[in-house]
Write a protein that binds this ligand. Sequence first.
Ligand code: NI
Length: 263
Amino acid sequence: MALIDTHAHLTDNRFARDLDEVLLRAEESGISAMINVGYDLPSSRRCVALAAKREMLFATVGIHPHEAAKVGEQALAQLRQLALSGKVVALGEMGLDYYYNHSPRDLQQELFRRQIRLAKSLSLPIIVHDRDAHEDVLTILREEGAETVGGVLHCFSGNRNFALRCLALGFHISLAGPVTFSNSRDLAAVAEAVPADKLLLETDAPYLAPVPYRGKRNEPAYLLAVAEKVAALRSTTVEELSDCTTENAKKLFKLEIKGNSGA
Ligand code: NI
């Protein structure tokens, strides 16, 4: 078995002291690769640097909607430059967050559109953050023709109907820790509904640790708990789920995995 954590933030300060142990535990838990996701320019730079040093790590570069109000003139040009580095497999995370509203919504939308255009010009898939902004996310994806590069609705938080609309646009759905929470009836329905060739798994570490680690710092090794829950919901085995989600991740992000420990 070889799972891929398609979304983690290993540049977070909470991993500064024990990243080696975290990566070792991931490997021991059957994680063959991790996509380390940037959320602003400094973290994107660190993701690229870390991926160059660690075989199991891939990188993305992008600016989270929280940062939309702080983005300078040169930010997109810098992102483009970074995206040309080796092992950058997607643009993001990008999107809309109407829950926290750390940045005005019009600025979030503008930044989201600009990053989709950049991804299209680079032919890279996108990683989309959507919190309480389902309709506007879908509208912007559609208006910008984002399906030409495709991508994933990460840490999916909508219901079954919204999932089906994202799938119809050609997007993948990624499930994270919340699918293991006891009150996640909508996500359970989503886990059952997503076709096997469109499903991805992630931790979003250090956030949103799955049951039974809920409340702790999340880390890629805990992906197994997400996989077990999703497999149960789909009446399949973890091995089968692992096979298809790993295949999906390799295909979408064009991952070249060397020295596969799970093989
Ligand atoms: Ni994230």
